[in-house]
Design a binder for this molecule. Structure first.
Ligand code: GLN
Length: 471
């Protein structure tokens, strides 16, 4: 727990040298097997910062944190796991970074991810895949796979991810850690390299629900630099709910669409919660077969517009081809982007073209609305809705990446919350054949404190928290 760590650092029981030394020793021992990071900061620099910060009275004074590499960090390379931004050093900090630094957090490095956050396995990274600390043959999920792996491997206790359609929750589920996709508009996206603005949020990742809240409460809040943030101050603590007052609606259509391996573990966990007085009932969402197509149409459309800025002229990969601007521009983009990113730019541009716009984009928006309405009405009946976070166990590296449709199918359970803008949390609830399984809880808009409050109760009952894979 961060509180204990903070206490040890403050009291001198854990001197900064020892804390930093141990962390870097571990990195040295395992990073070449796991590959959680794209950039690791210089040890001396980090140590000096920790030494300085420990003396301050912030909520994270001297605590090391790992940051997903699509979040802008002043003076620290921010690549988005793309050749396009391989050498890009942002001249400014994202708002979330400013907030973390104000509380004394020290960035240890930038974590690996799918290129421009497009993917579910961290395999589309230009820098090569991250491996799952629980089984090195397998993916840690994505796109914030490096952050999940850094937590599970015991390098850091807190990390930031971003979630457009599940990118925080997938790695949380696959690495037996906790992740929250916040309510849309509660966390500033200023300084997050945009993929699909209407869907995504930066969010916290941690090894227990308490630390998840601590991190969320620091990064959340309105920001004049992001007009989509709402006027919001996170409550002082997560909701304290009585177990008997929690009514969980289990989404049967999502349970059925998920593999037995994961749904059985989730069911066992829910049964256990029920034996402690939580009310559990089955319910149905509907429209689930349209969720993925709607999500991908919207995400790709927004991506095609967002990624138009990368022309290699002002910054980014430059082929230095001396031709007319069209050829130069095309070559920069042809060599700067990977295959998955190009696929999405092409499809997104097609979807938004005259004639197809109504056929695809407008229809997708209508489906988005139907799903949102259905979720909202269920959330009037139930405190939260539950399902497995991922429909399958962590796949082996190479297993889904060759077939994009297979990879997209992994996001069925997670895209719902992004389409609706509601908060969703993933927490570890057990293992199947030694592979982690995550439970997803979705709550009404702005119920982030309630989701975390329930997770705090549930983790104590189920016992899966503060887990580290042995490597
Ligand atoms: N896997 C989904 C996608 O590729 C979600 C990614 C994300 O949340 N950034 O779009």
């Amino acid at each position: 727990m961060i509180d204990d760590l903070l206490q040890k650092l403050r009291s001198g029981e854990l001197p900064p040298d020892e804390y930093v030394e141990k962390t870097y020793e571990k990195l040295e021992r395992i990073e070449n097997r796991v590959h959680a990071f794209i950039t690791i900061r210089n040890k001396e620099e980090v140590l000096n910062e920790v030494k300085k910060k420990v003396k301050e009275k912030g909520k994270l004074s001297g605590i090391l944190i790992a940051i997903k590499d699509n979040i802008s960090t002043k003076g620290i390379r921010t690549t988005c796991a793309s050749k396009m931004l391989e050498d890009y050093i942002p001249p400014y900090n994202a708002t979330v970074i400013e907030r973390l630094e104000r509380e004394g957090a020290v960035i240890i490095g930038k974590t690996n991810m799918d290129e421009f956050a497009m993917g579910s396995t961290t395999e589309t990274s230009y820098f090569g895949p991250t491996r799952n600390p629980w089984d090195l043959e397998r993916t840690p999920g994505g796109s914030s796979g490096g952050s999940g792996a850094a937590l599970a491997a015991g390098i850091v206790d807190i990390a930031l991810g971003s979630d457009t359609g599940g990118s925080i929750r997938a790695p949380a589920a696959y690495t037996a850690t906790f992740g929250l996709k916040p309510s849309y508009g509660t966390v500033s996206r200023y300084g997050l390299v945009a993929y699909a603005n209407s869907l995504e949020q930066i969010g916290p990742m941690a090894k227990n629900a308490e630390d998840l809240w601590l991190l969320y409460s620091i990064i959340a809040g309105d920001d004049f630099r992001d007009a989509t943030t709402i006027s919001y101050t996170p409550p002082p603590s997560p909701a304290n709910v009585e177990l008997k007052d929690i009514k969980i609606g289990v989404l049967s259509d999502i349970m059925e669409a998920s593999d037995k391996s994961v749904s059985s573990v989730v069911k066992t966990a829910l049964d256990k919660l029920s034996s402690y007085g939580v009310q559990i009932e089955e319910t149905k969402l509907g429209y689930t077969e349209y969720a993925l197509p709607a999500y991908y149409i919207i995400a790709m459309s927004e991506a095609s517009s967002n990624l138009a800025r990368y022309d290699g002229v002002r910054y980014g990969f430059n082929s230095y081809f001396q031709g007319d601007w069209k050829q130069t521009y095309s070559l920069n983009r042809e060599y700067g982007f990977g295959i998955e990113v190009k696929r999405r730019i092409l499809l997104g541009s097609f979807i938004l073209s005259a004639g197809y716009y109504e056929q695809y984009y407008i229809k997708a928006l209508k489906i988005r609305n139907l799903i949102k309405t259905s979720l909202d009405s269920l959330l009037k009946k139930y405190t939260v809705l539950a399902s497995p976070t991922m429909p399958i166990l962590p796949p082996k590296l190479g297993e889904v990446i060759e077939d994009p449709v297979k990879m997209y199918a992994m996001d069925l359970n997670t895209v719902l919350a992004n389409l609706a803008g509601i908060p969703a949390l993933s927490m570890p609830v057990g293992f199947y054949n030694n592979l982690p399984v995550g439970l997803q809880l979705m709550g009404p808009y702005l119920s982030d404190d309630l989701l975390v409050g329930i997770a705090i109760k549930a983790e104590k009952i189920l016992g899966y928290y503060n887990l580290t894979a042995s490597l």
